[in-house]
Write a protein that binds this ligand. Structure first.
Ligand code: TXA
Ligand code: MG
Length: 320
């Protein structure tokens, strides 16, 4: 794998060509790093699954540069999905829609739906625009981690996760830390009303504000959502909830909460937004330090705290 400084003139063009030629490109988005392939190239997409060791029935998100390109990949798009796309794209939101013929089984995991996102990160958007100018229609990209591991939020973490598994001609666009730090909100848009499949920075409150109505708590999506499996998003270090770590155990909590005696403070974010930004990064730190156990005090309340608690719950389930 070769590293390219994303801010260097020409890097984005080189990366777009590599994608068009069937290679893989790891690129930053505002949520987490993605591992991209041309969404129309079966061999390229299959390599993503191989590198990540991801089961092939776990569908990928197709990244596009603009709301105008939605209809390439999706059909029967409901009005509320257009409304959400207008309000939150480019941004940390993925819409699951009925797929078009273009969305092949190797991207959708044989489902009749396709997940689409317009990312807001300038490098991701620049890459998409350049790729489309070369005739590409979308970049299929999961988070750039091995299956079941934490999503990487910077280039160093991507190299550590996947560096040895990528080929010489695959690329990584090197940038600073991803600003949001947890994965996009995924919304099922195949029913009369939207349903949140995975919470993220586009919160329930924001969605309800945009649509002008409350989303139901009861409705359950009948879509298969592998990302909600209980074996996702986990560090090696055992994760616990609470503020009672023993000596030399890790501790992550808002800065207003003091470090218990003897514990190793891994992060002290000032608010929920920074908490999301530092969560995966500080859990990777726990792994590097070979800590046995880490204790987290999750932020309470609505907004992005819901997504933070969702990810932490999955880590707890994973270590049961
Ligand atoms: O923020 C993000 O969403 C990042 C960046 C790179 O865009 N991507 C990401 O991809 O988190 P991934 O593959 O790690 O998670 C995408 C989730 C998976 O859990 C997958 O099962 C779900 O989206 N998904 C994809 N297509 C779907 C579909 N057609 N129906 C239901 N779930 C789908
Ligand atoms: Mg992932």
């Amino acid at each position: 794998m070769q590293s390219l400084d994303a801010s260097q003139i020409g890097s984005i063009g080189v990366a777009a060509k590599a994608l068009k030629n069937g290679y893989l490109v790891a690129f930053p988005t505002e949520t987490v790093y993605g591992l991209g392939a041309d969404a129309l190239n079966a061999d390229g997409v299959k390599r993503i699954f191989h590198v990540k060791n991801r089961p092939t029935n776990h569908p990928l998100i197709v990244h596009i540069s603009s709301i105008l390109n939605m209809t390439n990949w999706a059909t029967n798009i409901p009005d509320y999905a257009y409304q959400l796309a207008r309000d939150f794209w480019p941004g940390p939101m993925t819409l699951v829609l009925n797929r078009s013929e273009l969305a092949a089984d190797f991207v959708t995991g044989d489902q009749d739906t396709v997940a689409i996102r317009v990312p807001a990160h300038p490098v991701a958007l620049g890459l998409l625009i350049k790729f489309e100018s070369l005739g590409g229609l979308g970049i299929a990209a999961p988070s750039a981690n091995k299956f079941g591991a934490l999503s990487p939020t910077n280039a160093t973490d991507v190299k550590e996760e996947l560096g040895a598994l990528l080929n010489q001609d695959d690329l990584i666009l090197v940038e600073t830390q991803c600003s949001i730090g947890i994965e996009s909100t995924i919304i099922d848009c195949t029913n009369k009303k939207p349903l949140i499949l995975r919470p993220g920075a586009v919160t329930k409150e924001l969605i309800e504000g945009a649509l002008g109505y409350k989303m139901s708590h009861q409705d359950r999506s009948d879509l298969r959502v592998p990302g909600t499996l209980k074996t996702h998003y986990s560090p090696k270090t055992k994760v616990n909830i609470g503020s009672n770590p023993k000596k030399n155990e890790g501790f992550i909590a808002l800065s207003s909460i003091a470090t218990p005696k003897g514990a190793i403070r891994l992060a002290a974010p000032e608010n929920a937004k920074s908490f999301a930004n530092q969560l995966y990064f500080s859990l990777r730190k726990a792994d590097h330090l070979n800590l046995k156990s880490v204790f987290i005090v999750p932020p309470q309340g609505d907004g992005i705290s819901v997504a933070i608690r969702d990810r932490i719950d999955k880590m707890l389930a994973n270590h049961k």
